[in-house]
Each structure stands twice: as C-alpha cells, then as structure tokens.
Design a protein around this ligand. Sequence first.
Ligand SMILES: *Cc1c(COP(=O)(O)O)cnc(C)c1O
Length: 360
Amino acid sequence: MTVRLEDLPLRDDLRGQKPYGAPQEPLAVALNVNENTHPVPADVADDIAESVAKSISGLNRYPDREFVELREAFAEYLGHGIEADQVWAANGSNEVLQHVLQAFGGPGRTAMGFAPTYSMYPLLVRGVGSEWIAGTRGPRFELDPEDAARQVREADPDVVFLCTPNNPTGTALSLDVVEAVYEASRGIVIVDEAYFEFSPDDGASALTLLPGRERLVVSRTMSKAFAFAGARVGYLAADAAVVDALRLVRLPYHLSAITQAAATAALRHSDEMLRTVDEIVVQRDRISATLEALGYDPYPSGSNFVLFGGVDDPHDTWRRLYERGVLVRDVGIPGHLRVSAGTEDETSAFLDALARIGDE
Ligand SMILES: *Cc1c(COP(=O)(O)O)cnc(C)c1O
C-alpha cells in the first residue's frame, strides 16, 4: 500500500500545502520560468570549467565557510560602495530569502508582500512557521507609496517583501515606495531585485538606499540576467549586522567549493555573461508590441517577461501553446498568462503560435 502524506507525522501547518511546481517539460521553446534562454558563452564556459576543475582536488576539505573571494566579487559587481562584509550568498536567492526569514521571521511572526507577487514568498514564509499576509495592489498592479505604507502600518509585519520589477506582473517600483514602506515598518524590508539588470537604465537600485537603513535588504540572483540558473547562486547586500544575523541560521559550509569556484569565475566575466540582456529586452518589447497588435493587454515590464491580460481561457490557451511546443506560465491570475522573452527564434515561435491560435 502506498504511503500518503496524511499517514505521516507531518507538521500540522504543512498539511494540505502544495509544493512549488512550475512544470519542467522537454518542450523546444520553454518560456515559463524567466530563465535567460541563451547558453553560457563558450569561452566563459571554458574558464568556469577550468576554475571548477582546479577546485576538485581540494574537495577532501570543507570549502571556505565565509566564501570570501565570492563575496568580494559580488561587492565589486554591485558597486555603490558596498563592502564584502555587507554581502551574503546562498544556493539561489530563494535560500538567501530563507536565511532572512529564519533569522527575522519564524514561528509566531508575520511576513507580508503585495499580491500578485512571487509565488515562493508564501511558501518560504510558511516553511519557517511564519504567517503570510497578502497586501493588495492597484488595478494595473501598481503600488503607490502612501497606499503601501498604510497597508504595512496596519498589518505591522516582521518582514516585508517588495519585488521590483515584480514577478509575475513586471511592475517596477519607484524608490519612493521602498522609502515609504521602510518608514512605515519596524521589521526587515527585503527588496527583491531578481530582474534588476533588465530594468530601464534610469531605474535606480534600492542599493542606493542602504546607508543608514539597517533593516533594509536588497537581494539579487545569478539565475536570470546572468544566465546561471543551473548553478544556484543568489546574493544580497545589507548592513554588515544583518549578515551577522544570517550566520546564525545558515548551515555550515552551505556554498560548495564547486559553486564558489563557478560563481567567482562567472563574475570575472560579468560583462560577457550579461551581454544578452539588451537583446532579451528587445524581444520583451517586441512581445509587448505584438501582443497588443493581437488584441491582448500586456502590462508594462521592466523584467525579462511579460504578463498579458485579455486571455479568455488561460488554461486552454496554455494547452494549445503547449501542443505547439511552447511552454508559458499560467500564474493563476484569471484572464492572464505570463511569457518569458527568449531568443529571437523562440520569441517568434511563441508569437506565431499565439497568432495561429487566435485565427482558429
Ligand atoms: C526567479 C526569481 C528569483 C530567483 O530565484 P533563485 O533561487 O535565485 O533562482 C528570486 N526572486 C524572484 C522574484 C524571482 O522571480
């Protein structure tokens, strides 16, 4: 007889929960999890392979627990006067966020975000035994400083998530919102800039707000613009005291020597790793323009994906795209789908398939 979850002595608060489950399907055109669909450039891949190879003979020892070299590389990449002791990293920014929640959330505490937002936030929050509070956005998923601050004051959470550009809507936040929410809160404010590199050049990073704000955390990832999702590397910048707090909850040696070697090598080539960003932005804007011409309702996006409304039956459209070899994301917002900007060919495949569905 197969054992079911109900048969196990599972935590009460995990009963009935669903795991993160974006489909991983072997389709030719996979535009559903906002990856950079361009492969790592061959010469960079060679250099990363060489660095990883060098680390192998030392795998008999535990890795540098403080991943000093990698933290220095991130500090240099971030600029804004960020020092290595203000940087933290982990196996994907999801683990970085988990560390923040383990240190500043936990049982009996609350964490808040503005829905619709990144689907992992509630899962991570519940995973540490905290309560998730879903704030609201305006009709076009925008967030204004006064409204956001009012909601935070009323909910009084221990942790606030601000995602900019926001997944799954693409909405960029102004720094006014970050400042207002910070003033309105007594807890940690996380600004998730997973898609920062795709934002317009004039979009300022919340990194500029760090001085004097010891409860502010800015998280980033190598999974999107850096085309390094498979390596699992995310990072954050914050006051050095916040980083000290994270040391209390991380597992010892959580970043393997292989991961450290690969990420440090990739950062040596950050210009080349990021070379496809402009091209992806061109495809993103082409998606928006074409969707509009097809009669859909795309939302402004500062990221590498587009959320669009005007889809009568999202599940049916999702399935018909699937049958044509194109994977997009049904994010559960009625009448909407989300698509990542791929290469020019992948983007064409999506747009052509969607146009044909409309003609049927
Ligand atoms: C993709 C994404 C991440 C990145 O997660 P990793 O664990 O670094 O791969 C973080 N935040 C948001 C909002 C995302 O969409």
